[in-house]
Write a protein that binds this ligand. Structure first.
Ligand SMILES: [Zn+2]
Length: 222
């Protein structure tokens, strides 16, 4: 193909050249969630598929992956734990401490090891390994809130979705974090390989897809 005449073809050439200079690997694009093209607002991943585009909510998607991995680990005999180098003391209301301590054995099965620590505090010694580096204090406070809702009659496994969901939320990539292309493509590939990854733990979608036909309709081309 002849090179476009830059001096004459001012309107069409630049956009055409962007697509020509496209470095997206066609093989990657053939995956259901496509090839990453951009991250916008440090929160959404935009990917190009063979016949459209996909927008992923990075936090919701990652949270779902962590949650599914926790469920798998539980089914396979327990969630791996990771000891904190420095056990973390978390101050809480007395009632919250009681709720956590009552459930300590169940929480340990989920990978969280804590004990009462004097009055109005617990000490966290181990956290679920798959959460990675996590704010243990914030996690424990949110779990204490969850437990208030669980009540005493239910076992935690009945409310696993809530408890694991809270843990997964703390272990997941936040909105607002910049991600590299490799990281984003890896996230998409993991989503494709993970059951139920199209919905977050609260039932909201983790991604939306626009087919070219949908886009054409938006622009009145169809
Ligand atoms: Zn979350």
């Amino acid at each position: 193909m002849p090179a476009p005449d830059r001096t004459l073809d001012l309107g069409a050439a630049p956009s055409a050249r962007v697509i020509d200079g496209d470095t997206v690997d066609p093989a990657t694009q053939r995956h259901p969630l496509g090839a990453v093209r951009a991250q916008i607002h440090a929160t959404y991943i935009v990917a190009q598929t063979e016949d459209g585009l996909v927008i992923v909510d990075q936090h919701a998607a990652h949270e779902r992956l962590v949650y599914e991995r926790m469920k798998e680990a539980l089914a396979a005999g327990g969630v791996a734990r990771q000891a904190l180098l420095l056990p973390e003391v978390v101050e809480l209301e007395e009632a919250a401490v009681d709720r956590l301590v009552q459930r300590a054995a169940e929480l340990a099965e989920l990978g969280l090891v804590l004990e009462p620590f004097g009055q109005g505090a617990v000490v966290v010694r181990e956290v679920p390994a798959l959460l990675g580096r996590t704010d243990a204090a914030a996690l424990v406070r949110d779990l204490a809130d969850d437990l208030a809702e669980v009540g005493e009659v239910h076992s935690l496994t009945d409310r696993l979705a809530d408890i694991c969901g809270t843990m997964a939320c703390h272990g997941s990539v936040r909105a607002g974090r910049r991600l590299g292309a490799d990281e984003m493509n890896a996230l998409l590939r993991q989503m494709e390989a993970t059951p139920h990854s199209g919905q977050c733990n609260h039932g909201r979608p983790t991604y939306v897809e626009l087919k070219l036909a949908d886009i054409e309709r938006l622009f009145g081309r169809r």
